[in-house]
Design a protein around this ligand. Structure first.
Ligand code: SAH
Length: 238
């Protein structure tokens, strides 16, 4: 090949590379704008005040947890499909449940229902350590890769039935269940610290459920508050 032809191909290649990088940069800027808007309109305006929650919601790139097909809707006010009949929760519900857990930088949190990994990523921005369990193996494997690639190294994931919690790492300051249970799983109560908080949707599958906040006052005493009505995918039992 004549050397000026080689030179020409090389220039075209470099130009393509630069334009690709510029496009990627552009879409990150676009997503950041959408995310800031999402936090202002959908979250702050609905009464979420905890600044640690607001900054976590501004920081975590929700679009990397959404399948490509739905990515353009990442910052809309709704849940989205993540495959296997499961969904990533609506941003407001993620923020509300996170705020209800009253996490701090020393908290150890357990999540039942890893799903896309988005809720775990939000928790990890505030808590010291996050443990999350997923019952669908394919989803567990897929999400593990996303979390690893994005560098969420304070999140530990496990494939299994979250009904039983994660006993080896208990007790937890906070437990969040992101699938609807027909009753509160006793192993989860057991694995909550005294003074710890659990946030869990309880009610019939595929219908409206009550979002509960349970505070473990002592080994015998639980304080339960109904926060609002929600609609979560069911907690699956093996
Ligand atoms: N927190 C998730 C929401 C996922 S939807 C997110 O941020 O994307 C609920 C998830 O709970 C689904 O992935 C579902 O497979 C999982 N799930 C259902 N029953 C479960 C169980 N018994 N143990 C662990 N995970 C369960």
């Amino acid at each position: 090949m004549p050397s000026n032809k080689k030179y020409f191909i090389c220039i075209i290649f470099i130009l393509l590379l630069i334009s690709n990088l510029a496009c990627a940069q552009d879409s990150e800027t676009k997503y950041k704008k959408e995310r800031d808007w999402m936090v202002k309109i959908q979250i702050e305006n609905r009464g979420i005040k905890d600044t640690t929650v607001l900054s976590a919601m501004k920081d975590v790139p929700r679009h990397i947890f959404v399948p490509k097909l739905y990515r353009m809707f990442s910052y809309e006010d709704r849940p989205l499909p993540i495959g296997y009949g499961q969904t990533i929760s609506q941003p407001y519900i993620v923020a509300l449940m996170t705020e209800l857990l009253k996490l701090n930088k020393d908290s150890k949190a357990l999540e039942v229902g890893t799903g896309s990994g988005y809720q775990a990523a939000i928790l990890s921005k505030i808590a010291k350590k996050v443990y999350t369990i997923e019952i669908i193996e394919e989803l567990h494997i897929k999400t593990n890769k996303v979390l690893e690639k994005a560098g969420y190294d304070t999140i530990k994931t496990k494939f299994g039935d979250g009904y039983y919690g994660w006993e080896e790492c208990a007790p937890y300051d906070a437990i969040i269940v992101t699938c609807a249970a027909e009753f509160v799983p006793p192993p989860l109560i057991k694995q909550l610290k005294i003074g710890g908080i659990m946030c869990i949707p309880v009610g019939p599958p595929f219908r409206v459920q009550n979002l509960l906040v349970i505070t473990k006052k002592s080994e015998e005493l639980l304080e339960t508050k109904v926060i609002t009505q929600v609609r979560f995918v069911p907690l699956i039992r093996k």
